[in-house]
Design a protein. Structure first.
Length: 521
């Protein structure tokens, strides 16, 4: 069977596409990660009203994981407070049966990471003025988040902790949105970071965050500096062959001056990046507002009249095919024929020649408080549409019951994708993605994944229906071999101009730079 024949079959098996979650029609799957999948969604309403949304759906195998669900609810609780034009908005936290989902603002565009890579394939870089403008908009969103207060006026101490090109989103109209507050730190969160666990991407982390020291919002400013450096130069600032080499660059190597790598790079922007990327937090920008101010001043001095439109023009030119595909997905969802839920026909208000429609207040979904979160979870286990008639017809008798099949299908994919041996209830899963048929039941079955270079992963699922499972894999990190001691071996001379040991040199606890930033608290 050819690839062209397999793809549609696989697409149809994506379990939520084409269904409904609460009030939302679910369309094409937009992406999938280790913890959740994101779908295009649509909220239909009367008089051709609609709202396009992105629906983030928790994977089945995580629906009973207390730590993850706490983190997911924390993200929702934070996002609902973050009403800012440069931060993605959340509309609703909902539950359909045992499926937990988050309905968010639909962003019609691409992450900055894809913009950088698309330009790189054409041997181009983003104009410095546009880098500065999108950086200023991101900094404004960050500043709003950093300054967020609770109902008593106390600072929440919010830190995003994962600023990177993947989490700065550029819409096709040139607007900029900061996304993914899933690992943000803030007062009052349910989920707690396990002692010793560092969250975020090493390539964009501030030194104090990597080394487990106390840190504050200034780690986000360092990460934004690393993000803008990558956007301006087209290559990652701290990039090693593995995590160990990446950490060595971040902790011990000086940040290369962009003017030495790109002829004609603007002095003003180089100085802004240099300040944002200072090792010592006290020497960086102290607030996101300061960083945004300097970036906007650079844009103004560069004489760029409408940077948003210039950015939009770049997005249109680079992603014409992707825009067309996304628009097709939207049109397909609109024409899917889902039923629009309304209470009644809306009357035209009498006495108005303008034809204005008098609309009653929309029906409110059933809400309840979720265990001290202060955030409404919408129960959407089912909706019944009642058609009011003057002469109602008798209700039909109960539909004949249909026996459920005795077996269910478990579909397993890995994140990241890897060649793996996958056992479901002890039986090898076949195909790509791997599928296994097991007997329907309420007792959990084990899914075990073994892949070369990764730790063995095991989780359990309940085979009460067809399920899709994404198994996150963790790379095996091998300790470097320890050289045999040699009493006569002379210490190699430290090269001049280096800020620390040479690349590949084992980090010792008595190293002055490590003493400066001791591991652990």
């Amino acid at each position: 069977m050819g690839a062209a024949e397999v793809a549609p079959s696989y697409e149809n098996r994506r379990r939520h596409a084409g269904a409904k979650l609460g009030r939302y029609q679910v369309g094409t799957r937009l992406g999938v990660g280790g913890s959740a999948a994101v779908y295009l969604g649509r909220l239909p309403g009367p008089m051709n009203f609609e709202r396009l949304v992105a629906i983030k759906v928790v994977h089945d195998h995580l629906s009973e994981e207390k730590e993850f669900i706490s983190q997911f609810l924390d993200e929702a609780n934070l996002l609902v407070r973050l009403a800012h034009p440069n931060i993605v908005q959340v509309h609703e936290l909902g539950r359909e049966g045992d499926t937990l989902f988050l309905a968010m603002e639909y962003l019609h565009g691409q992450p900055l990471s894809k913009l950088i890579s698309s330009l790189g394939r054409r041997s181009k870089r983003l104009e410095p003025g546009l880098v500065a403008w999108l950086g200023a908009r991101t900094a404004e969103g960050l500043g709003f988040a950093h300054d967020l207060k609770d109902e008593q006026g106390q600072s929440l101490g919010l830190v995003h902790r994962d600023i990177s090109p993947q989490n700065v989103f550029i819409n096709y109209d040139g607007s900029v949105k900061l996304i993914d507050f899933g690992i943000a730190r803030a007062a009052g969160r349910i989920a707690q970071t396990t002692l010793g666990r560092v969250k975020g991407k090493f390539s964009y982390m501030a030194p104090e965050q990597v080394l487990g020291k106390d840190f504050d919002h200034r780690v986000d400013l360092f990460a934004l500096g690393a993000t803008l450096y990558e956007a301006a130069l087209g290559s990652r600032l701290f990039a090693g062959v593995d995590e160990s080499a990446t950490l060595h660059k971040l902790l011990f190597e000086a940040v290369p001056d962009p003017r030495s790598r790109v002829p004609g790079f603007p002095d003003e922007l180089a100085e802004i990046l240099k300040r944002a990327l200072q090792t010592e937090p006290e020497e960086r920008y102290q607030t996101a507002a300061e960083l945004a101010r300097d970036l906007d001043a650079f844009v103004k001095a560069a004489g760029i009249d409408d940077p948003q439109q210039l950015l939009a023009d770049s997005m249109h030119g680079l992603f014409e095919q992707e825009r067309g595909e996304q628009q097709k997905s939207i049109e397909s969802l609109r024409s899917a024929g889902f039923e629009t839920v309304t209470d009644r026909e809306l009357p035209v208000e009498a006495g108005r020649s303008s034809g204005v429609i008098s609309r009653p207040a929309p029906p409110q979904p059933q809400l309840w408080k979720y265990a001290a979160l202060g955030f409404a979870i919408v129960l959407t286990t089912g909706v019944t549409v009642l058609a009011v008639r003057s002469n109602p017809t008798p209700a039909p008798g109960p539909a004949p019951s249909v026996a459920e099949p005795s077996n269910v299908s478990i579909e397993v994919t890995t994140q990241p994708e890897a060649s793996a041996t996958i056992l479901v209830a002890g039986i090898a899963a076949q195909g790509k993605p791997a599928r296994s048929s097991v007997q329907r039941g309420s007792a959990p079955v084990e899914v075990a994944v073994t892949a070369e270079g990764f730790e063995r992963a095991v989780l359990t699922v309940i085979p009460d229906r067809d399920r899709g499972v994404v198994v996150p894999l963790k790379k095996i990190v091998e300790a470097p071999p320890t050289p045999p001691p040699s009493a006569s071996a002379e210490k190699p001379a430290k090269p001049e101009g280096k800020a620390g040991p040479q690349a590949g040199t084992p980090i010792k606890k008595n190293d002055p730079l490590v003493t400066k930033y001791p591991f652990g608290k």
